[in-house]
Design a protein around this ligand. Structure first.
Ligand code: CA
Length: 512
């Protein structure tokens, strides 16, 4: 394991050792923010919070009820009206020790959920951090029914408004504007960061957008299609969890060693041409094997989703996405809730929609309607590039939700659109072998990408958020990112299109 430098403990120790409360003046300045008048904004409360407090954060459609606080900060709760029929609930956490940086946060899934873990993470690293519910409360998509402005908040406007108002609160509290502005988010939050760079290129100087759910309508159409491929739990084609473990082991058997090292991590899944026939049931083998209808499923789920004329709708899932129960999320016999709600309420605007006949035409329809421009599949980042913005994206290579090929496809599209053979002057993509969706997996998947759960190492070499700060403020671009993992040596992660290859005693290195 790499040495872990905690930014938390020293601060605590200083307070404990000195026995002095420095919170009196801060507390008063914080409370004064309730008098702040901002456009379309109501400040609900402003109060100073001490470390190790457990905040009550429940809402009517609650995502969580308590949030544990690491640092000391001014907590501002607010509502911003975005139109006459839509609004955001937001929080600004303003740390006592501020390094002059603003941090905007995104959301995951269809959330609906202020990300308290990332608010805590941001303040721990001394960012003035702002997060919102992105225009609706809770994870469900029923709020989109007959509410196009709620969709607009979710698709593009919520993050922008949260950022504009959040920066004004920061200026009011500290008495000076922020020096630099950053964004952190993954999955749907990765899409939001990408959308910000496209639509509001002035909002952020540096963006960390993980596993972006770009080409959103096609991605969620893929989720629905996958449910149809595997079928219901009583269908002959359905693959139960125990047999997915058989599949996972066979894929490792066929492909783990392709990178030269049997470590249960497939470094380059594109090289894995999985042959499912190896685990087909025979007259002699009748257990821990798959039937012909189940094999037919396997032949489809590791293939790209193509349209009627062979055009690519979405890249294939990486072999390896099935490990550790990965497929039991998308292939559990029912339509994924995120995709189901999006298509039902935002695309068809019909709460009784039946997915029994869902097909490629429905994905095409979704892309034509593209509510709120949510697809985020525009590859012209020239405005963000011109204003000097820096963009870091990363993607796990056993992501069980969003195929990592999507991030490569987007990189290549931006490269073609902007006429740049290499985007690395402002846009870098890091592929993370053995990592699942945003976090987790058997690889070295801890590099500061989301909340302190992903490891708070106080070094830009090991922390992707600090890496984008160094890039923006010092002009030092991250050549590699070093991840750590449980029971693993640190591993260097390479930026696309470089490859991670084994070089004898050097271990994994990056090669063009
Ligand atoms: Ca391997």
């Amino acid at each position: 394991m790499a040495p872990r430098t905690s930014l938390i403990r020293p601060t605590l120790l200083i307070f404990l050792a000195s026995g002095v409360s420095a919170q009196g003046p801060r507390s008063a300045a914080c409370a004064n923010l309730t008098d702040l008048r901002l456009p379309d904004t109501t400040i609900l409360s402003a109060s100073h919070v001490s470390p190790l407090t457990s905040l009550n954060v429940s809402t009517p459609r609650s995502c969580q009820t308590q949030a544990l606080v690491t640092n000391s900060f001014c907590r501002v709760r607010l509502i911003i009206n975005t139109t006459s029929t839509s609004s955001l609930n937001a929080e600004a956490w303003l740390p006592d020790t501020w390094f002059g940086r603003f941090l905007g946060l995104g959301n995951g899934g269809l959330g609906g959920c202020i990300d308290y873990l990332d608010l805590d993470y941001g303040t721990t690293l001394h960012f003035a951090t702002v997060g919102s519910d992105n225009g609706h409360d809770g994870e469900g998509g029923d709020v989109y029914l007959d509410h196009p402005e709620v969709i607009n908040d979710f698709a593009f406007r919520g993050l922008h408004v949260e950022t504009v108002i959040g920066k004004q609160i920061v200026q009011a509290y500290y008495g000076k504007p922020h020096a630099k502005s950053y964004y952190l988010g993954c999955s749907a939050g990765g899409r939001m960061g990408t959308q910000a760079a496209l639509k509001y290129p002035e909002d952020f100087d540096g963006i960390v957008a993980g596993a972006p759910a770009t080409n959103w309508n096609s991605l969620l159409g893929l989720f629905v299609t996958m449910a149809g491929i595997v079928g219901a739990p009583d269908a002959p084609s359905f693959i139960p969890p125990a047999l997915w473990d058989v599949v996972a082991n066979e894929i490792l058997k066929q492909c783990d060693g392709l990178d030269g090292f049997s470590d249960e991590i497939i470094t380059e899944p594109d090289s894995c041409d999985f042959k499912p026939e190896a685990i087909q049931c025979t007259a002699q083998t009748t257990t821990n094997c798959l039937s012909e209808p189940q094999l037919a499923v396997l032949r489809k789920v590791y293939q790209p989703l193509n349209g009627p004329d062979g055009e690519l709708i979405f890249p294939r899932y990486d072999p390896g996405a099935e490990v550790d129960g990965g497929w039991q999320i998308l292939l559990n016999g029912s339509v994924n809730a995120i995709a189901g709600d999006w298509y039902k309420y935002a695309i068809f605007n019909n709460s009784d929609y039946d997915f029994g006949n869902f097909n490629l035409d429905d994905i095409a329809l979704a892309n034509r309607l593209d509510p709120g421009g949510i697809s985020t599949f525009n590859s012209d980042l020239s405005a963000f590039h011109t204003r000097g913005g820096k963009f870091i994206t990363y993607h796990g290579r056993q992501d069980q939700y969003i195929p990592s090929g999507n991030s490569k496809r987007v990189y290549n599209l931006i490269s073609q659109t902007m006429g740049l053979p290499n985007l690395d002057a402002f846009y870098r993509l890091f592929l993370i072998p053995g990592m699942g969706h945003c976090v987790g997996g058997r690889g070295a998947s801890l590099f500061g990408q989301v909340s302190s759960l992903s490891n708070v190492v106080n070094a830009s070499s090991h922390n992707v958020l600090l890496a984008v700060v160094d890039w923006v403020e010092k002009g030092v671009a991250p050549d590699t990112i070093t991840g750590t993992g449980l029971n693993l040596l640190p591993r260097t992660h390479c930026r696309y299109p470089q490859k991670s290859v084994i070089k004898g005693l050097l271990g994994y290195v990056c090669e063009a």
